[in-house]
Design a binder for this molecule. Structure first.
Ligand code: PFF
Length: 455
């Protein structure tokens, strides 16, 4: 019977190991690179409020559903979906959800790794004093020169993929668990230090006001939808990362409590990143809405001029690399687990195969910033297209299908026994949020997408 056995890939040694690993997956470039710039572009407080509501009403309930499916199936997402569907006498086509997740993971990691490579390069630049005393123009030139060099981007992208493969090949207990146990607490301490720094910039209250004072005149319907879509990306929902981590979760652990902890930690890190970045932006007269280059084009100016900038700048980019690393591991894990199960590969070989495919696709993103930046599909570069396709379409679609499977297909008996919320109010709240509220909200996202491209 599903749910009683142990994953062939091993199990987390404790509840904390799972919490740390899943938090490591959730906290990444999405929190530190993407959240601040989309908040900046969409006017601040009101956007943040909608994002927080989306996390509460859609993200947390779907996350519980995804962890639940993983623990019930105990296999890679592809085989978990096949097993659960079969056990309930349903179509084996549900396994396509797992396949879509593997594909989405490859696609996200392929560009995620390139951006993480920027962070690697900026760690070295910060540490060697390249930003010291540099003005906005110089910093912009450093960034433009850097991204216009395919070889430099390729080199850092390659290094980041290799780093990811090394950890993934060591497996659940040896690799993932040890890495996150060390990296996550370090990340948190570094952020606390940086918030301490931001308090002394002189613009802390302005930054905090921008982040938390909701001015509804500054957010449109589109901004609301971007905030909702980001809830999926930031919590790693909709592609099987959280499902595969859930499959390593021992039976006696409360899914609801752990999910609240993970989502809480993820949200805290994003808000802290905002509290670090916006005061620095305002104290230096930088633009909050300067787009995806916000961190790379503006923060070095601050680091270059502030007291201890060499130290804090280096710390900041190390932190960004750590965060991206623990997310990257989870992006490739569904594919690696499947290769081990179905192709009888060692983890090491599976990691190399999966890593190579991702690396290869990543070349497209590398070139989209330089040699191929004029090649457009639907008006977007390869990188923009991948980001758009994954964040706005594939993740919400995956989340929608998981929500449907968990509440319309899987028996209530299964979810009652797996979630252990009893059969009262708490369970009903989860059930109706996942059955109706979340799918309808996701459909609203899609309607907007269709509207934007005028179908
Ligand atoms: N949640 C990660 C971040 O915020 O950077 C990105 C991510 C990881 C998205 C894993 C999706 C995923 F399955």
């Amino acid at each position: 019977m599903p749910g009683n056995d142990v994953s062939i890939h091993g199990e987390w040694s404790s509840r904390w190991a799972f919490v740390l690993a899943a938090t490591g997956s959730a906290v990444g470039l999405g929190n530190i690179w993407k959240f601040p710039y989309i908040t900046g572009e969409n006017g601040g407080g009101a956007f943040v409020l909608v994002y927080l509501i989306s996390i509460g009403l859609i993200g947390i309930p779907i996350m519980m559903a995804e962890v639940m499916l993983g623990r019930r199936g105990r296999l890679s997402p592809i085989n978990t979906m096949r097993k659960l569907a079969k056990a309930g006498g349903h179509s084996r086509h549900w396994q396509w959800l797992g396949w879509a997740g593997v594909l989405t993971g490859f696609l996200i990691l392929s560009y995620y790794s390139v951006i993480a490579g920027w962070a690697l390069s900026y760690t070295v630049r910060a540490a060697t004093g390249e930003f010291t005393g540099a003005d906005a123009g110089t910093i912009k030139n450093i960034f433009t020169d850097f991204i216009s060099s395919p070889l430099a981007l390729l080199g850092w992208h390659t290094l980041f993929i290799v780093m990811t493969m090394v950890i993934v090949s060591r497996g659940v207990r040896g690799g993932l668990e040890k890495a996150v146990k060390l990296l996550m607490p370090a990340l948190f301490i570094l952020l606390v230090l940086l918030v301490g720094f931001a308090i002394n910039t002189g613009a802390f209250s302005r930054g905090v006001e921008f982040l938390f004072y909701p001015d509804f005149a500054r957010i449109g319907w589109n901004g609301i939808l971007i905030a909702m879509g980001h809830a999926f990306f930031t919590l790693s929902l909709g592609m099987g990362s959280i499902m595969v981590y859930g499959s390593y979760l021992p039976k006696n652990i409360s899914i609801a409590k752990t999910t609240f902890l993970i989502a809480g930690a993820d949200t805290l890190v994003a808000l802290m990143a905002g509290m670090v970045i916006f005061p620095i932006v305002f104290a230096n007269d930088l633009q909050a809405g300067s787009g995806p280059g916000l961190i790379f084009q503006t923060l070095p100016i601050a680091f270059g001029h502030m007291w201890g900038g060499l130290f804090f700048g280096t710390l900041f980019f190390i932190l960004l690399v750590f965060a991206a690393w623990t997310s990257a591991i989870s992006l490739i894990e569904p594919a690696v687990a499947w290769l081990v199960e179905n192709h009888n590969m060692t983890r090491r070989k599976a990691s190399v195969v999966a890593g190579f495919v991702t690396w290869f696709v990543g070349i497209g993103t590398v070139l989209s910033f330089n040699l191929a930046d004029n090649i457009r599909l639907f008006g977007k570069t390869f990188f923009d297209l991948l980001d758009y396709l994954t964040a706005n379409i594939l993740l919400p679609l995956g989340g929608l299908i998981m929500a449907i499977f968990a509440t319309w297909v899987l028996s209530t008996k299964s979810s009652v026994s797996e979630l252990e919320l009893g059969e009262g109010l708490k369970y009903s709240l989860w059930f109706y949020l996942v059955k109706f509220v979340a799918p309808i909200a996701v459909l609203v996202v899609f309607l907007n997408v269709i509207n934007v491209i005028n179908l």
